[in-house]
Design a protein around this ligand. Structure first.
Ligand SMILES: C[S@@+](CC[C@H](N)C(=O)[O-])C[C@H]1O[C@@H](n2cnc3c(N)ncnc32)[C@H](O)[C@@H]1O
Length: 220
């Protein structure tokens, strides 16, 4: 499927993984596959600085690309390690210190950051282990983007899947706009795509159950 529209609908196929009770943070593998096919060639390097359960890396590997990821959570990393085939690889570390890691030059970043609402009290970039404000979170995203700038190839692409968030009892956090603004300090904002789930299992009133954005940037 090539991406010829500014919006698209995908089946909500989230893989349940044995041993993990909470896997809802994953995106469906069809999502990175679409972008990898469109923006890379076989043999190219696809990077995910927030690898989670490795969906981007498995998609890259399946399509004959090299998937490289960084993930903070040790258990998710050991799950990925068991299944991911070389030369793709996962590194257990924090993307806040990307420049210290042994990373190749990258053709495409495809990722979804951990989400934060402006009134939350823990910074998700520390895996919720440290107190932090929304301002700290955005400055962490800034730090990561400044390091990505040095490793993404010229004319390479960066895609962040991110939603604005709101719930019935909480006010809106324009996360997609705020994260997009930070990324655009380093990369040229080419366009956005609206992505919806077919037959979404909408249990809450959360906006990101219904649609999300894929923000596409180029390293010009
Ligand atoms: C939205 S999830 C990504 C899910 C992934 N797209 C998938 O399909 O499984 C964000 C991930 O970023 C990880 N994370 C949070 N802070 C991090 C950091 N500083 N460095 C690396 N990974 C981090 C979290 O542990 C979480 O697994």
């Amino acid at each position: 499927m090539s991406i010829n529209k500014s919006w698209f609908v995908l089946e909500d196929k989230i893989k349940k993984i044995a041993g993990f009770s909470y896997t809802d943070i994953q995106f469906t593998q069809a999502l990175p596959e679409m972008f990898i096919k469109e923006y890379t060639q076989k043999g190219d390097v696809v990077f995910d600085p927030f690898a989670g359960f490795g969906t981007t890396l498995f998609a890259a590997s399946k399509l004959g690309r090299v998937g490289v990821g960084v993930e903070y959570d040790e258990e998710r990393v050991s799950y990925i390690k068991k299944t991911l085939k070389s030369p793709s690889k996962i590194i257990n570390d924090s993307s806040l210190q990307l420049s210290k890691l042994d990373l190749p030059k990258i053709d495409l970043v495809f990722t979804s950051p951990p989400y934060m609402r402006y009134f939350d009290k823990e910074n998700p970039l520390s895996n919720y282990t440290k107190a932090g404000s929304y301002k700290d979170y955005l400055s962490g995203i800034n730090k990561i983007c400044s390091q990505l700038k040095k490793i993404v190839k010229k004319n390479g692409y960066v895609v962040f899947e991110v939603s604005n968030t709101f719930d019935k009892d909480y006010p809106m956090t324009p996360l997609a706009w705020d994260v997009g603004k930070v990324i655009s300090k380093y990369f040229y904002f080419e366009r956005d795509f609206i992505f919806c789930f077919k037959n979404a299992k909408i249990k809450s009133t959360s906006a990101n159950d219904k649609h999300s954005y894929c923000l596409l940037f180029k390293n010009i």
